[in-house]
Design a protein around this ligand. Structure first.
Ligand SMILES: NC(=O)c1ccc[n+]([C@@H]2O[C@H](COP(=O)([O-])OP(=O)(O)OC[C@H]3O[C@@H](n4cnc5c(N)ncnc54)[C@H](OP(=O)(O)O)[C@@H]3O)[C@@H](O)[C@H]2O)c1
Length: 347
């Protein structure tokens, strides 16, 4: 049976366009697959001093060009805790995987009940319901659990833009990925391999088997060896670690090569002297990225992109997840288990 949202009660029907009525009728024809979210939900909220608690909050409603998703899992990124002091009173998190609950006006190509992933920048993602704009929405890879899928959006977008857009990666090039076992690094290794690159990755020795499982051709233990002594004349370096690692990378890149940094700009004069391009991924927050996400989903469906979940935490334990993330040694991704079925591949 179709559950009609309170907002569509008799009095409000006056003025509702024929298009919306047709839309609701289409759900009814689907045998009642339309679900209306409740008015209230459980969500993590950032308090003063970036404290965290689970609160009852209003469920957001999908506006034009948005979908409302019943969240199964939310991905953790360092930006979540870095931005927390500026987001008091709001729901943290960007990465989300779940099932579409309702469609805003003008949304095509998706239907209620679809398993999806995407960016929930405005609403936040550590909540039972989150809003994803159509421009940042993709279907969930069939082979992935919701937890794995929740680890895709920010890390994969960053890695893809860093390698393909900023780095102009071409087949046959040699790429060095610093921090290859982390969220962005592990995504970058797989995206570079899929593009036909030779990939070298830095990580501590404990992560070398993991790097091999991602496809790296050569792993460097940054604790036992200076990477400058192990590699030279690479075409492209992706630095996900720190400014010092970026500065030390300039000397191992061939003239005409590129250093892409997502952790602060390297010294421009040193880059010019070495005749390399030093760049950041060009990404305005909120820029459309659904086509990019779809490319990653296709890689995942082809078995060429995986997400390793290092830890899955209930909403009550977000502080522990952030503490682990702050430690700087996450393997793959951390995720928040938001609702039942987060570890399932299907609904
Ligand atoms: N500008 C952007 O658009 C953007 C987007 C996303 C992320 N970021 C930033 O990029 C950084 C990485 O993000 P992330 O999500 O990938 O973080 P992450 O998952 O927390 O990265 C953790 C990884 O870093 C590795 N690591 C730590 N120190 C290392 C070192 N000295 N050399 C090599 N590897 C080292 C660790 O490997 P071991 O355990 O083996 O040491 C671990 O696997 C963060 O600062 C984040 O804020 C920026």
């Amino acid at each position: 049976m179709l559950h009609v949202p309170a907002a569509f009660s008799a009095g409000v029907y006056r003025g509702v366009s024929m298009r919306l009525i047709a839309f609701l009728a289409a759900f009814a024809a689907l045998g009642g697959t339309a679900r209306a979210a409740p008015d209230k939900m459980q969500a993590v909220e950032i308090g003063p001093g970036a404290t965290l608690s689970v609160q009852v909050r209003p469920v957001p409603r999908a506006g034009a060009g948005e979908v409302l998703v019943r969240v199964r899992a939310a991905g953790v990124n360092p930006v979540d805790w870095k931005a927390a002091p500026r987001r008091v009173g709001l729901v943290p998190g960007v990465d989300v995987a779940g099932v579409i609950d309702s469609l805003g006006e003008g949304v095509t190509g998706f239907k209620v009940g679809d398993a999806v992933l995407g960016f929930a920048r405005q609403s936040g993602s550590y909540a039972e319901y989150a809003l994803i704009p159509l421009t940042s929405l993709a279907r969930k890879p069939r082979s992935m659990t919701f937890e794995q899928a929740a680890g895709i959006p920010v890390a994969a977008e960053t890695a893809y833009r860093a390698l393909h857009e900023a780095g102009r990666l071409t087949r046959g090039q040699t790429v060095l990925v610093h921090g290859a076992a982390g969220g962005v690094g592990s995504a970058a290794v797989q995206i570079a391999k899929a593009a036909g690159a030779r990939v070298i990755g830095t990580a501590s020795a404990d992560n070398h088997e993991f790097l091999k499982s991602l496809g790296v051709d050569k792993a460097i233990d940054y604790r036992a060896q200076r990477f400058e002594d192990a590699v030279t004349q690479v075409d492209l370096v992706l630095n996900t670690v720190d400014a010092d690692t970026g500065a030390r990378s300039i000397g191992i890149i061939r003239a005409g090569g590129a250093l892409v940094s997502i952790v602060g700009p390297p010294n421009a004069a040193a880059c010019a002297a070495a005749r390399i391009r030093c760049v950041r991924p060009d990404r305005a927050a909120g820029a459309p990225n659904s086509e990019l996400l779809e490319k990653i989903v296709e890689l995942a469906d082809a078995g060429k992109f995986k997400v390793f979940v290092d830890g899955a935490y209930p909403m009550t334990d977000v502080a522990q997840a952030w503490e682990k993330s702050r430690g700087g040694h996450t393997r793959g991704k951390l995720v928040i288990q938001v609702s039942a079925g987060s570890a399932a591949k299907h609904q």
